[in-house]
Design a binder for this molecule. Structure first.
Ligand SMILES: Cc1cc2nc3c(=O)[nH]c(=O)nc-3n(C[C@H](O)[C@H](O)[C@H](O)COP(=O)(O)O)c2cc1C
Length: 321
């Protein structure tokens, strides 16, 4: 399948494994996805420089295909990570939270593509004006930090596509090839999946985390922390404590302390799925099996082809089974 994104990045399928802190802060998952013709994404957000260099070295050994590094621009020591990315000639950068303008010129020197993550039309327009090559656009269903407005993927992505001319990778709420086809039909040039790739042996999160995602219903992925930096995570003792604090209308200090005491790392590395932030999207309700990432990629491609075949048959006005 050819789209503006597959052409721009030199990948075979319009499928992106979303950058996920801890889960893809390692080489196995991104390398497997890239080797299968998708775009694997290393999440550099929580990584120290030395560990990051090690993962880039591992990537060179595991794949010769294009891959990306996801970096939130607000994090401390972001310049150190960007310097390593520049030295290693990382081919695709997927940045979030912060302005891209200052960083673009030197990455353009060697032909890197800069993709910016946004969840509103306003930020999409700003990123396009700053000169980025493409956008990742996610709606409210997404795991991690979705738009606080609650505007769905279907509406957010369509809004952006009507107004921008650069290619769009859409995501939030997609767990199979049928969802990928839906967002491509909407006009997206590729689709990114996060939660679905969490439940693979290659994702570097604790087994208890994967089990929690497998057992979750869609409605269990709640938006928590409305008075802080809201996150979509699975309902547990931590989210209940936050909702309770909101009901009791506790002070800002007490609220922040409670919210920050719980971390994604606690759930992802220690397996504390009761009190950690078990970040996952509503698509958790569609994830029923743990599947090796390579096999998953092949399943996604097969389902995408089936979904497209169904649409083609509809266009030819053939009766559907
Ligand atoms: C566990 C987890 C960690 C995430 N970490 C990051 C991150 O470090 N940087 C980022 O830009 N997005 C992050 N996200 C958001 C994903 O990149 C992606 O937008 C989201 O998972 C898409 O929604 P889905 O989970 O329904 O597929 C994270 C999501 C999850 C589930």
């Amino acid at each position: 399948m050819k789209t503006r994104i597959t052409e721009m990045l030199g990948i075979e399928h319009p499928i992106v494994q979303a950058g996920m802190s801890w889960a893809s802060s390692s080489a196995a998952l991104p390398a497997t996805v890239s080797n299968e013709g998708g775009l694997g994404v290393i999440a550099a957000g929580p990584m120290y420089v030395e560990a990051f260099k090690g993962v880039l070295d591992e990537m060179s050994a595991l794949t010769s295909k294009p891959f990306a590094v996801n970096i939130p621009l607000y994090r401390p020591q972001v310049d150190d990570i960007l310097n390593v990315m520049y030295e290693h000639r990382v081919p695709v950068i997927i940045a979030s939270q912060g302005g891209p303008k200052a960083h673009l010129p030197r990455f353009r020197e060697y032909g890197a593509k800069w993709i910016h993550v946004v969840s509103t039309l306003e930020h999409a327009l700003k990123a396009e004006a700053a000169g980025v090559d493409a956008l990742v656009v996610v709606g409210a269903e997404a795991g991690g930090h979705p738009p606080v407005s609650g505007v769905s993927t279907l509406v957010t992505v369509r809004q952006v596509l009507r107004e921008v001319s650069i290619p769009v990778i859409a995501g939030g709420g997609v767990a199979d090839g049928w969802g990928i086809a839906a967002l491509l039909a909407l006009g997206a040039d590729a689709v990114q999946l996060g939660t679905r790739f969490l439940v693979t042996p290659e994702a570097t999160v604790h087994a208890a985390y994967k089990e929690a995602v497998l057992n979750a219903r869609a409605a269990d992925a709640v938006l928590v922390g409305r008075r802080s930096l809201p996150v979509r995570a699975l309902n547990n003792a931590f989210t209940e404590a936050i909702f309770d604090a909101e009901q009791r209308d506790v002070s800002k200090e007490e609220y922040e302390a409670l919210f920050k005491k719980s971390t994604l790392k606690q759930a992802a590395l220690d397996g504390d799925v009761a009190w950690g932030k078990v970040e996952a999207g509503q698509s958790a309700g569609l994830v029923k099996t743990l599947e090796p990432a390579g096999e998953l990629m092949r399943t996604l491609v097969r389902e995408l082809e089936d979904a497209c075949g169904r649409m083609e048959a509809m266009a030819r006005r053939t009766a559907l089974a």
